[in-house]
Design a protein around this ligand. Structure first.
Ligand SMILES: Cc1cc2nc3c(=O)[nH]c(=O)nc-3n(C[C@H](O)[C@H](O)[C@H](O)COP(=O)(O)OP(=O)(O)OC[C@H]3O[C@@H](n4cnc5c(N)ncnc54)[C@H](O)[C@@H]3O)c2cc1C
Length: 356
């Protein structure tokens, strides 16, 4: 029988961050995870943005979330010896004049101008269509989520901490007061970071999940310098990647199974290009990606230990903002497990008030 302190089930963004943070804090951790295929992390565009959507919604603790996200990705770059985070301004093209009022509201709430500039055309990259102007969001950027997932996997494998498998909740056996067993492994706890797998995980059926399927495309312009070299959002998003290709995202569909990328989504995404750009170049679609955003809307992510048995835990519900929410919440859970630091009551599955 093998022994470890913590088994992490799943290795998307949540499991990757938690495993690395637990190891950093001296916890003996092993990760049970199949490959990245079908995960939300592999499908994501990787935009790290302080505000999203036409209402410019921002989560509470925005400065802390942004600060922890940046420092976490930068620290991981050192550990994994690769580039992961590209700080860059994000241009959001206003879709309607009403957005001007929303921007003003958010500026009043968040130390004016700190993250959100007033709408303008000045500085907007050539060729971007913006009849109502655009706002430049600061302190965000792009996280190479696919690379992060792949490098963490490689790192865990090299350290003998990766079990290429699926941890079925019904295969978990409880032994005595303080041990849990799965196959040939004994641990003090299992933390589920299983993304959309949680929708059928019996431990977490009481949580208010929101399932949102999404697709994105990796595209390449057929003309040199054909697509903008900064992030443009507004309805859909266009994200420049290090290798010269772009990620075009994303679609939103409620309550669907993940499945394969669809022709309908491909058409919907490509139709956005002429709305974002005055003269879009011909593009080649290199790959379609599909995933399920495991959301906890309207609350923060779910973190903590199960109210009925502290040997089972969770980090999930990152929704459509995993890059921003993941690092801070993973750090809180890692501190709780390693040092007993209390969890924030609004996210802790033992304390939050939005649960039955
Ligand atoms: C099209 C699209 C675009 C997006 N764009 C952005 C963006 O620009 N910015 C942003 O911040 N967020 C974005 N998101 C959201 C982001 O992808 C998620 O917030 C984040 O990746 C969720 O990570 P996760 O680890 O919780 O889930 P996942 O990445 O889905 O990982 C869960 C993993 O657990 C595995 N698993 C499931 N069950 C088990 C089990 N029993 N045992 C072991 N392993 C298991 C799964 O196979 C999977 O690999 C996007 C999502 C989509 C779909």
């Amino acid at each position: 029988m093998n022994q470890t302190d913590t088994l992490v089930a799943g290795q998307g963004l949540a499991g990757s961050l938690l495993a690395m943070m637990l190891a950093d804090r001296g916890i003996d951790v092993h990760v049970v995870a199949p490959g990245p295929e079908g995960s939300a992390t592999a499908a994501a565009a990787g935009i790290l943005s302080p505000f999203t959507g036409p209402r410019y919604q921002a989560p509470t603790r925005l400065p802390e979330l942004l600060g922890t996200a940046r420092s976490t990705y930068q620290a991981l770059e050192d550990t994994l010896d690769c580039s992961l985070f590209t700080p860059q301004p994000i241009w959001r093209v206003l879709q309607a004049p009403e957005e001007i009022r929303q921007i003003k509201r958010r500026q009043d709430e968040h130390a004016a101008g700190a993250y959100l500039a007033s709408p303008t055309h000045e500085g907007l990259p050539d060729g971007v269509t913006a009849p109502y102007g655009a706002t430049c969001m600061r302190d965000g950027g792009h996280v190479a989520l696919g690379r992060l997932q792949e490098r963490v996997r490689r790192h865990l494998r090299a350290a003998g901490r990766l079990l290429d498998d699926t941890l079925a909740p019904d295969a978990v056996v409880f032994e005595g007061e303080s041990t849990v067993r799965w196959k040939q492994w004994r641990a003090r706890r299992i933390i589920f970071c299983d993304g959309a797998g949680a929708f059928s995980n019996p431990w977490w059926q009481h949580l208010p999940w929101r399932r949102s399927r999404g697709e994105s495309l990796t595209i390449a312009a057929e003309a040199p310098r054909g697509l903008p070299e900064v992030i443009i959002t507004g309805g859909k998003s266009l994200v420049p990647l290090e290798d010269g290709t772009h990620r075009l995202g994303a679609t939103y569909e409620r309550d669907q199974e993940v499945g394969q990328p669809t022709e309908a989504a491909r058409q919907e995404l490509l139709a956005a290009l002429p709305r974002l750009l005055r003269e879009p170049p011909p593009v080649r679609v290199l790959r379609g990606h599909a995933g399920i955003r495991p959301g906890s809307h309207p609350g923060p992510p779910f973190i903590g230990l199960h109210p009925e048995d502290g040997r089972i835990g969770i980090l999930n519900g990152l929704g459509s903002r995993g890059t921003l929410l993941g690092p801070w919440h993973a750090a809180r859970l890692a501190d709780h497990i390693a040092f007993g630091v209390p969890l924030p009551a609004d996210a802790d599955v033992r304390q939050r008030r939005d649960l039955p």
